[in-house]
Design a binder for this molecule. Structure first.
Ligand code: NAD
Length: 496
């Protein structure tokens, strides 16, 4: 059911004041600057479909300016000669300033993207933790000494890559922007980041906060705009040494091709269609609680969501009925109603795309166990939707929907569950639920995906590497692996 409207507080007011201050410029070299095109893109509130303000539609000439600022900052001793301890302090200062402004950032995110306020608050907490996690790395990026002949001293140095172009999606904007910026800065790089045109507010506000955190100008540059304009200019820019992209697999392939000409280092965090395997000996209550939470979280606009729930055929009907029942109790409504579990989808286009998949599921003969409809006159609301008896080969089981839609797929035995789990072009995440730890670890090893949960789903911690197998991506974010993605190894061979 659709719930009622917002309660306001001081943080809400500060967010509204920031929005009301006028159309947003781009952040280059430590200050707001006008985009050369003079063009803007409307920012629409997904709850009300009303215009909030507008963001700049930057073009290739703006990316040139941002890259020049980032290059100058990268070479300047104020950044390049900074000690690891000072770099740690920079990241801690950003963490502290984000923490001090957490409530306002959370409101901005919910207004811009439509996620429930409790969800955006959890995201801002994660952001603070990300900056603190990466603050620990500058003093721990070790090289190696390698045994050779007695007259040789061979050692390695880990060095920054240079100017990093970063392009992100709209589903958890601040979390994504922060993980990329924190990772790059910890390794001594500088950044030109483009948020998604559908949700840029918190990344722009983060730029301002970083400006207040005494980080040298030009180290972080935030340029808004369309994918085909500002995004494409970043992907092909000869002055950018590395590109890190989060978004769809289709655009990821394009980025990889565009980056080839200048041989940029590339990391790609792409789409998913993650299997969540529930064996009969599992704690079924807990498994279903996590499964529903995962496919409904952020209205299903999560790359690693549990979108294929694989259940033993003997339990299928009972589990389908229970999931439908649980989903029906999840409230859909205003992001600012504390009871809301699902806010609106980010845009009318995304809502229509999701509705198209729901129609395809019905046409393909899957059982619609719950949902399937739009809600409310205004706003991009869609019911949580449960399909059961789904054929793993069907469109709704194979393609990423990026909305609150789950497919429940029966399996015969362990081998069948593994085969179906892996019968996808994606490989981002997955889970196995079983009280038999031998089976759980065996199946976890057999699933071809970058992040597997055992008796859990969707937990996030920066210590845990994240990234895709197959067409879900290239490289890793978080964890020690992410340090490798933002540094390069220099091997020094000294004849003694
Ligand atoms: P998208 O690929 O359409 O856009 C992502 C970003 O790329 C945006 O900033 C967009 O402006 C930019 N872009 C678009 N075309 C471009 C081009 N030709 N050159 C350069 N940049 C371009 O994706 P989306 O709709 O914003 O986000 C949803 C997708 O993101 C889903 O597929 C989801 O799975 C994926 N995603 C993945 C992760 C992950 O970590 N693996 C996390 C979140 C979202």
């Amino acid at each position: 059911m659709l719930t009622e409207t917002p309660a306001r507080d001081d943080a809400h007011q500060r967010a509204l004041d920031w929005i009301a201050a006028g159309p947003k410029e781009i952040w280059i070299d430590g200050k707001w600057q006008q985009a050369r095109s003079g063009k803007f893109i409307d920012s629409i509130n997904p709850e009300t479909e009303e215009k909030l303000t507008a963001i700049s539609d930057a073009d290739a000439s703006d990316i040139d300016r941002a890259v020049m600022a980032a290059r100058k900052a990268f070479e300047a001793p104020s950044w390049s000669a900074m000690t690891p301890h000072e770099r740690t302090n920079c990241l801690l200062r950003i963490a502290n300033i984000v923490e001090a402004n957490a409530a306002e950032l959370a409101v901005l995110e919910s207004l811009d993207n439509g996620m429930p306020l409790w969800y955006s608050k959890a995201g801002v907490n994660a952001v603070v933790n990300q900056f603190r996690y990466y603050a620990g790395w500058p003093t721990k990026m070790f090289g190696a000494t390698n045994p050779s002949t007695p007259d040789i001293f061979n050692y390695t140095l880990r060095e920054p890559i240079g100017v990093c172009g970063q392009i992100i999606a709209w589903n958890v904007p601040l979390v994504m922007a922060s993980m990329k910026i924190a990772n790059a800065l910890a390794c001594g790089n500088t950044v030109v980041l483009k948020p998604a045109e559908l949700a840029s507010f918190t990344t722009l506000r983060l730029a301002e906060l970083i400006g207040e955190a005494d980080i040298p100008a030009g180290v972080v540059n935030i340029v808004t705009g369309l994918g085909a304009g500002a995004g494409a200019a970043i992907a092909s820019h000869p002055g950018i040494d590395k590109i890190a992209f989060t978004g769809s697999t289709a655009v990821g392939k394009h980025i990889m091709r565009a980056a080839a000409d200048t041989m940029k280092k590339v990391t790609l965090e792409l789409g998913g269609k993650s299997p969540n395997i529930i064996f009969p000996d599992a704690d079924i209550d807990k498994a279903l609680e996590f499964a529903v939470r995962s496919f409904c979280g952020n209205s299903g606009q999560v790359c690693s969501a549990s979108t294929r729930v694989l259940v033993h055929q003997d339990l299928h009907d009972e589990i389908a009925a229970r999931v439908a029942d649980m989903a029906s109790a999840y409230k859909v409504g205003s992001p600012f109603d504390p009871e809301t579990k699902l806010g609106p989808l980010v845009s009318g286009t995304q809502r229509d795309r999701v509705m198209g998949y729901i129609e395809a599921g019905i046409a393909d003969g899957a059982t619609l166990s719950f949902g399937g409809s739009r809600l409310g006159g205004k706003g991009y609301f869609v019911q949580p939707t449960v399909f059961s008896n789904v054929d793993n080969k069907s469109k709704i089981a194979q393609e990423e929907i990026f909305g609150p839609v789950v497919t429940i797929i029966p399996f015969k035995d362990e081998a069948d569950a593994i085969q179906k789990a892996n019968d996808t072009t994606y490989g981002l995440a997955g889970a196995v639920w079983s009280r038999d730890f031998s089976r759980a670890t065996r199946v976890a090893k057999a699933i071809k995906a970058g992040r597997i949960f055992i008796n859990s789903y969707g937990d996030a911690d920066p210590v845990m590497a994240f990234g895709g197998y197959k067409q879900s991506g290239l490289g890793r974010e978080y964890g020690q692996e992410s340090i490798d993605m933002y540094t390069q190894t220099k091997s020094v061979w000294a004849r003694l």
